[in-house]
Design a protein around this ligand. Sequence first.
Ligand code: NAP
Length: 245
Amino acid sequence: MKKVLITGANRSIGLETARQLLKQGYYVYLGARDVSKGQDAVEQLKAEGLQHAEVLEIDVDSPASITAAGAKLAEKTKVLDVLVNNAGISGGFPQTALDTAAPVFRQVFETNVFAVVGITQAFIGLLKKSEAPRIVNVTSGLGSLTLHNDPSWKYYSVKGPAYMASKAALNAYTIVLAFELKDAGFKVNAVDPGYTATDFNHHSGPGSVEDAAARIVKAATLGDDGPTGQFFSDDNSPETGISPW
Ligand SMILES: NC(=O)c1ccc[n+]([C@@H]2O[C@H](COP(=O)([O-])OP(=O)(O)OC[C@H]3O[C@@H](n4cnc5c(N)ncnc54)[C@H](OP(=O)(O)O)[C@@H]3O)[C@@H](O)[C@H]2O)c1
């Protein structure tokens, strides 16, 4: 049974991603910074008949928590097949380049970028033991620098500098990670789940968590002939599903 770790899996897109991967036969470790919330999510899934789930405590903002989670998972399994870096924050909207304070940028980068670096490095040993390792970094369509320079883009005026810069940085990290792991059988991709109705945006998004999670699951379950180092976004590029960086 293939094993997957999803950060921020106690609710919203992360929880639905867990549900869909469980339905595909994966064993899912639901990352949660609050174990009781993670356990509630596990119980919910088990009540739906999805038994192969358990919570893994991980506060992605805490290097000590990441290290402890890495050690704990290594006690439970010798192999990790899929890592989904899903936990993320917006830093609150509206944001402007002139008025949003530097500490807001710092906090958003901590959760959306630096945590992904720490988690990837903490779990890479287990991932390298997989025959077909996959890493999915959950980004945003707003992380496209190319489209932010295109006045005809539908989200052109939605700048949110702390959030968009953090996702652009996450995209850059994804490119380099995919490059470094390209000869080791890995598929490393950035996936925009689309503008989705969750707590993240007070349920203002038009998309469903089912559709958002399906996009992540697609990248998490890519075959050996699948791409690596891509920025998948059905919202940015409905024709190709590949967004410009
Ligand atoms: N919703 C959208 O429209 C949209 C669009 C594009 C991209 N995204 C991206 O999709 C991902 C998931 O978004 P969402 O809409 O599901 O967000 P959400 O409803 O706000 O849920 C966020 C999840 O991340 C967890 N989390 C946040 N900070 C954490 C930390 N320090 N340690 C551990 N877990 C943490 C939360 O845990 P708690 O319950 O403990 O807070 C929660 O489980 C994010 O990366 C977001 O940037 C979302």
